[in-house]
Each structure stands twice: as C-alpha cells, then as structure tokens.
Write a protein of this length. Structure first.
Length: 339
C-alpha cells in the first residue's frame, strides 16, 4: 500500500504541470490581457474627460505598451514565462495582482476564512443530514415518506444552485426581509458583541448554505439509499436475519458499513470545496471569498490571481483523491492497494 500511495504522490507533479501549463498557455492566447484592459480603462477615462474627443483616446505610446508587457512578463515565450512562474511558485511566491497590485497569496489568504467557513459548514450539514436520511429512505423504501422526500431531493438537484440563490434572495431577503441581501457579515460586525456577531454571521449564511448544500445533499442521500438497499438484498444480510439477528442490528452491523464505501470515496473531493468556494453562489450573494475573487480575476484578466487559485485548487483536488482512496481502504478492509 505504501508503494501505491508513493506512486500517486509522484504522479501529482506531472499532472500539476500539465494542468497549469495548459491554463497558462490559454491566458496568453485569450484576447484582452491585463495591458489591454488597462489601456481600455485609460481610454474610457480619457473619452469621458475629453467630452468624447477621439484624439484623447490614445493614452499610451507603443514604447510604453512594450514596457508594460515586459513588466508583466507578457513579452516572453510561453515556456520561458511558465518556467519563471513555476520557479516562483516553488518558493511560495504566487506573484502580484495586475489589478490590485497586491501579492496574490495575501489576497487569497485574506479570503480563505470565508471559503473555509462555507466549505466546512457545507460538509458537516450535508453528511449529517444526507446519511441518516438515506438510511431512513432505504428502511422505508416505497412508503409515502420515501416518495415525497425523493421528489423534493430530485427537484433540488435539478435546479442550478445559483438560480435557487436568486429566488431565495428575491423572496426571503427582498420581499419578506427575513435575511440579509448578501455579504458575509454586516458592516458594523466589528462593533457587535460576541452573541450578536454569531447571530449576524449565521443570518447571512443561511441562504448561501442552502445553495451550497442542495447539490451534494441530493447525490449523497440517493447514493446512501441505493447502496443500502443493494446490501440489504445481499445473501450475507439474509443469512444474519435467518440466524435470528434482529433486522435493525443486521442493518447496523453488516449492511451499513458496506454501504458507506461509496460515501467514503466521495469524502476526499470535499477538501477542494473548503477553499475553492463557488463562483456563481459567491457572485449572487456578494460573498467576498475565493470564488468571487476567482470570478472577478477571470473577468478582469488578472492572470496571476487566476493561476494562483488554479494552483491551489488543483493541488487540493489531487490530494483529495488520494485521501478518498485512504478512506475507502479504512472503511473496506478488502481493499488492498498495490497488491
């Protein structure tokens, strides 16, 4: 098993290089880079101040544009620029934002607690509700409770989370005024007492968390139910019941553990959610997390920030896949990696 996981860890290096090199090359071929965005902003300001005079639209000379390209490293060949970026990354230097002129790592670190909060809460709520609900649905398969809950689960899964977010804001925040319209906390959060801070934090988090949970919740619930039904029909469970073991004990001691194996294989992928956030949910609710930062960076062609978020997310996803294999090996002792 040690040899298997060692190979998996070594495979992270070429996979990471392939992913980041591909995206790095795309940022060079996509029209409208940071320099073009800067020129467009200066031209717009010049047009407004000049009253629409076209003569004021040319704000930078060709020499100045060449200097800007050299400053941002856009004049270098792709492989040379990528090698330079990768060398800085090894030294934990993600570069500097071309929009805010701040260190990329500092910007990510500032927004990391927000995405960690939503990632951790989504993980806990999804698993603590979906696994018991899946067990109950399997035990009461075909009942009215099972049918009604299945309809609700599938409706939630079919609706995009950002569409649900728009509906929740329109109805519960705007019309009923039960929850805030958005943001992570209120503007006067620092002036509040601790009980009021907790209340304020969770009042802002209720609607976004519902959107975060709705997708994974449906998948986990139905996965748990279907796998438990399959194991309940297996011969080893029937044999245990035939020998006099009560049905509930047979489920808890035998069928449940085998049913948790697919859930365990999904566990490692949640690691990337802790920091990746969700672009559209954070945009809809104006939550200043990593998802919103990544969305704005793509729109504004802030490529150092895009590459920094990509590097962190891809590494977490690959380590999460290895963690999934470890979870499967812990839950299912029959699994022997590398044998």
């Amino acid at each position: 098993m040690l040899a298997y996981f060692s190979r998996r860890l070594l495979l992270i290096i070429p996979t990471f290089i392939g992913v980041t090199l591909l995206v790095f090359a795309l940022t060079r071929f996509v029209p409208g880079g940071p320099v073009e965005r800067m020129i467009a902003q200066m031209q717009s300001q010049s047009m407004e101040s000049g009253g629409g005079n076209q003569q004021g639209s040319q704000t930078l000379s060709d020499e100045q544009i060449a200097e800007l390209n050299a400053f941002y490293g856009l004049d270098k060949p792709i492989f040379e620029a990528y090698t330079e970026w990768l060398g800085k990354l090894v030294q934990l230097d993600l570069g500097e934002s071309t929009r805010y002129y701040e260190p990329v790592w500092g910007m990510i670190k500032e927004r990391l607690p927000v995405s960690l909060f939503y990632g951790l809460m989504t993980f806990l709520i999804s698993y603590l509700i979906s696994i018991p609900l899946g067990i109950i649905k399997a035990m009461k398969h075909g009942s009215r409770f099972d049918n009604v809950s299945s309809v609700m689960v599938f409706i939630g899964y079919a609706l995009p989370n950002y569409v649900v977010g728009v509906f929740l804001i329109s109805f519960f925040a705007f019309h009923l005024d039960w929850f805030p319209m958005g943001d992570f906390v209120s503007d006067d959060f620092d002036d509040l007492l601790w009980p009021d801070k907790i209340t304020d934090l969770f009042s802002h988090a209720v609607l976004p968390l519902f959107c975060y949970i709705i997708g994974d919740f449906a998948i986990l619930t139905m996965t748990m139910k279907n796998n438990l039904l399959e194991n309940l029909a297996a011969d080893y469970v029937k044999t245990a019941i035939a020998k006099g073991l009560p049905f509930r004990h047979a489920v808890r001691r035998h069928a449940l553990r085998n049913s948790l194996i697919p859930i365990a294989s999904h566990l490692g992928n949640v690691v990337s959610v802790f920091v990746a956030g969700s672009f559209l949910i954070e945009v809809v609710f104006n939550i200043d997390g990593i998802g919103l930062l990544g969305y704005e960076s793509i729109i504004e062609r802030d490529y150092p920030v895009v590459m920094g978020i990509l590097a962190m997310s891809s590494l977490l996803l690959m380590f999460g896949n290895i963690l999934s294999d470890m979870c499967v090996a812990i839950v299912d002792p029959r699994v022997k990696f590398g044998s």
